[in-house]
Write a protein that binds this ligand. Structure first.
Ligand SMILES: Nc1nc2c(ncn2[C@@H]2O[C@H](COP(=O)(O)OP(=O)(O)OP(=O)(O)O)[C@@H](O)[C@H]2O)c(=O)[nH]1
Ligand SMILES: [Mg+2]
Length: 203
């Protein structure tokens, strides 16, 4: 029996989606756990511990005074962008004392987003340096906290001394659509970056 195109397609096994690993990084309290939680279609895995009096001298809470917990290992979530593309999200811990986890978390990642808060922009430098040194494609997303001054993306780019090719966007980590746009931008940027690296150099 000869099947028509659509019938043949219906009978073939559904293609497995491509799965990609994306890191959600940035300084302390910038909204990494919030972003993974707002966008994840599964209940996100969190490793939150309470901020304590003992940590007060080292935990800089300026701008996030309401914060009562911090990530001590990672966040994990998942988003199906479309039926052929699933992203696994790994949120990094924000405090310097957990740097030793980053190499493990970064292994196998396609790309990363560095979340930034304009009130504490310098906190983003360490994550940016980390990805630049490793050649891992990244984008910067400014998480627009209530009460924080708004700056155009180009002003943020200059302040962070980013390469012209690094996408910078504004977002609200609490909003699912906004968080999703950030992740799609990372995938697109990483794909472009990969394609450019595969292009043979012109003579
Ligand atoms: N107004 C506002 N508050 C936010 C936003 N994103 C996060 N928050 C709040 O800011 C605080 C920090 O958020 P987290 O998501 O825990 O930050 P984090 O980057 O995971 O923090 P660490 O893991 O401790 O580095 C929380 O109290 C959030 O409710 C935002 O876009 N706007
Ligand atoms: Mg966190």
């Amino acid at each position: 029996m000869v099947f028509g195109r659509s019938e043949r397609r219906r009978r073939s096994a559904p293609a497995e989606p491509v799965t990609l690993k994306i890191l959600v990084a940035g300084g302390f309290g910038v909204g990494k756990t919030t972003l993974v939680g707002s966008v994840s279609e599964i209940r996100p895995l969190r490793t939150e511990e309470r901020l304590t009096e003992a940590g007060r001298p080292v935990d800089d809470l300026d701008g996030v005074e309401g914060k009562s917990t911090t990530t001590v290992a990672m966040d994990f979530g998942r988003i199906t962008v479309h039926e052929e593309l699933v992203l696994y999200l790994f949120g990094t811990p924000g405090q310097d004392r957990f740097w030793f986890l980053w190499d493990e978390l970064a292994r196998g990642a396609l790309g990363a987003v560095v979340l930034a808060d304009t009130r504490r922009l310098a906190d983003s430098f360490a994550a940016i340096d980390y990805f630049e040194r490793r050649g891992l494609p990244f984008t910067v997303a400014v998480n627009c906290f209530d009460g924080a001054a708004r700056y155009p993306a180009e002003t943020v780019r200059d302040a962070l001394n980013l390469d012209p090719g690094v996408p910078v966007m504004l977002c609200d980590a609490r909003e699912r659509e906004s968080a999703r746009d950030v992740l799609i931008a990372v995938v697109e940027h990483a794909m472009r970056h990969g394609a450019e690296r595969r292009e043979p150099a012109l003579p």
